[in-house]
Design a protein around this ligand. Structure first.
Ligand code: ACM
Ligand code: ZN
Length: 379
C-alpha cells in the first residue's frame, strides 16, 4: 500500500478509494464482528489458468487452496496516516447491499434465505450467473441487516477521517429479493413498486445514517436506478452515461468510466502481456485522451463533476510487480488528463516526457511498467 501511495503522490493523485469488501473477501477488521475476518477473509480458491496464478503453480490442477488476508485496524490507521502525510485522503468502500458474499459466509443470517455458505471463489465472468450457489445480497427486509451495517459503519467512521464513505451499490442481483418474503413484506410496507426501489430504500437508509454521523455518501451509478437523494455523490463506472444523468439531476459526480479508466483491463493486445480482461482496450492513448467533463453537459452541469478516478481491480493481478505493470505508464497519463484540461493535452509531448525521465526513474527504482512506448535508444 505504501509504495502505491508514494506513486500516487508523485503523480498528484489525492484520493485513494479503498475497496475493502467484495463477494470474494472481507479485508477490514471489525471488532464487533470477528467472523468477518476469521471466516470472510479466506476462501478456497481453485487453480485455473485465468486466476492469474497468485504464486500457486505448485498446487495440483483442480485442487482447492486457501487464499485470503485482511488489514487490522492498526494497519489501516497506519495506511491512513501515511497517505495523509502525502496529502492523500483514503475513502473506504463498504459494499452493500450486493457484492457481500464474504460477509454472508461469516453471518449467513443476514441473507434472505439464511443458508450457510462458503466465501465465493474468484471468476472470470459476472457475479450474476452464480446466484444459485451463493447469496450475495443482504436481506433488505430484515432489520438485522441494517443493525449489522450500522455497527460496521460505526467502526469505519471511527477509523477513517474522510468526509466521504463509499457504499458500493453496484450490480445488485434482484432475484434474491424477488424470492424473499421479508423483502416482499418490506416493499409492501414501504409502498415500493420494484426491487430497484427497494435498493433505493436500502441505500437511502444507509445514507441517512452516514449523514447523521457527519459523513457524505458515494455510490456506483446503479444507485440512480430506484431514485437517489440529491445529496449522494455518484461514481460513474458503466461509461459516462450515469455521470451525465446524475449531473443533469444536480448530483455531484466522479467520473470513473471503465472504458478507458479501469487499469486492470488490457493496455495492448500483445501476447506478451499477462492475462487481463479485454472487454475494452484501455490503451495509453485512450486513457490520456479521456475527458472527465463530458461535452454533453452545460457549464452549470459541468460544475457537478467534482472528480475523476482510475480504478484497478486486483482479482487477476498476481504481485506488486504485475500491479505496477498495469498502472504504469497509464497512471501519469490519467493524472495529466485529470489535471490539465483539454486544451493543454498533447500525447506526443507526453511520450517525449515519459522517455526523458519517467521510464528511467522507474528502471532505476526497480518499478515495473508496460514497455510499449519506451524508447530504448534514448538510454
Ligand atoms: C464495478 O466495477 N462493479 C463498480
Ligand atoms: Zn430478503
Amino acid at each position: 500500500m505504501k509504495n502505491l501511495i508514494d506513486l500516487m503522490a508523485s503523480y498528484k493523485l489525492n484520493v485513494l478509494h479503498w475497496h475493502l469488501v467484495d463477494n470474494e473477501g472481507w479485508r477490514i477488521e471489525i471488532k464487533q464482528y470477528p467472523k468477518l475476518i476469521e471466516v470472510g477473509a479466506w476462501r478456497e480458491e481453485i487453480r485455473n489458468g485465468k486466476f492469474y496464478d497468485k504464486d500457486t503453480t505448485w498446487t495440483p490442477e483442480g485442487e482447492p487452496y486457501r487464499y485470503g488476508g485482511y488489514y487490522t485496524q492498526k494497519q489501516i490507521k497506519e495506511v491512513i496516516e501515511y497517505a495523509a502525510s502525502r496529502q492523500i485522503t483514503v475513502i473506504p468502500e463498504i459494499e452493500l447491499p450486493g457484492h457481500s458474499g464474504a460477509a454472508l459466509a461469516a453471518y449467513p443470517e443476514l441473507s434472505c434465505n439464511a443458508s450457510p455458505q462458503t466465501v465465493p471463489y474468484s471468476r472470470t465472468h459476472s457475479s450474476l450467473a452464480y446466484s444459485a450457489q451463493w447469496n450475495f445480497n443482504y436481506c433488505a427486509g430484515k432489520e438485522v441487516s441494517f443493525e449489522f451495517l450500522e455497527n460496521v459503519l460505526d467502526e469505519v467512521i471511527a477509523l477513517f477521517p474522510s468526509e466521504y464513505i463509499h457504499i458500493g451499490g453496484d450490480e445488485v442481483d434482484m432475484s434474491y429479493w424477488e424470492a424473499c418474503p421479508h423483502c416482499q413484506k418490506r416493499m409492501a410496507d414501504e409502498h415500493l413498486d420494484s426491487e430497484h426501489e427497494l435498493q433505493a430504500y436500502f441505500v437511502q437508509r444507509i445514507e441517512k445514517y452516514l449523514s447523521a454521523h457527519g459523513r457524505k455518501m458515494i455510490g456506483w451509478d446503479e444507485i440512480l436506478e430506484g431514485g437517489v437523494t440529491s445529496s449522494a455523490t455518484v461514481m460513474s463506472w458503466r461509461g459516462e452515461k450515469g455521470g451525465i444523468e446524475a449531473a443533469k439531476k444536480g448530483n455531484n459526480v466522479i467520473m470513473s468510466s471503465n472504458n478507458p479508466l479501469y487499469l486492470n483491463i488490457a493496455q495492448t493486445d500483445s501476447p506478451n502481456d499477462p492475462f487481463a480482461p479485454t472487454w475494452s482496450m484501455n490503451t495509453l492513448e485512450r486513457v490520456y485522451a479521456f475527458n472527465p467533463v463530458p461535452d454533453a453537459l452545460t457549464a452549470e452541469q459541468k460544475i457537478k463533476i467534482i472528480g475523476t478516478q482510475a480504478s484497478i481491480w486486483t482479482e487477476f493481478i498476481s504481485s506488486v510487480e504485475h500491479l505496477e505493470f498495469m498502472l504504469l505508464p497509464r497512471l501519469p497519463a490519467f493524472s495529466e488528463s485529470a489535471w490539465s484540461g483539454e486544451k493543454k493535452k498533447d500525447f506526443e509531448d507526453f511520450i517525449v516526457r515519459l522517455n526523458s525521465w519517467h521510464y528511467l526513474n522507474w528502471k532505476f527504482s526497480g518499478t515495473r511498467f508496460h514497455p510499449k512506448h519506451f524508447e530504448r535508444s534514448v538510454y
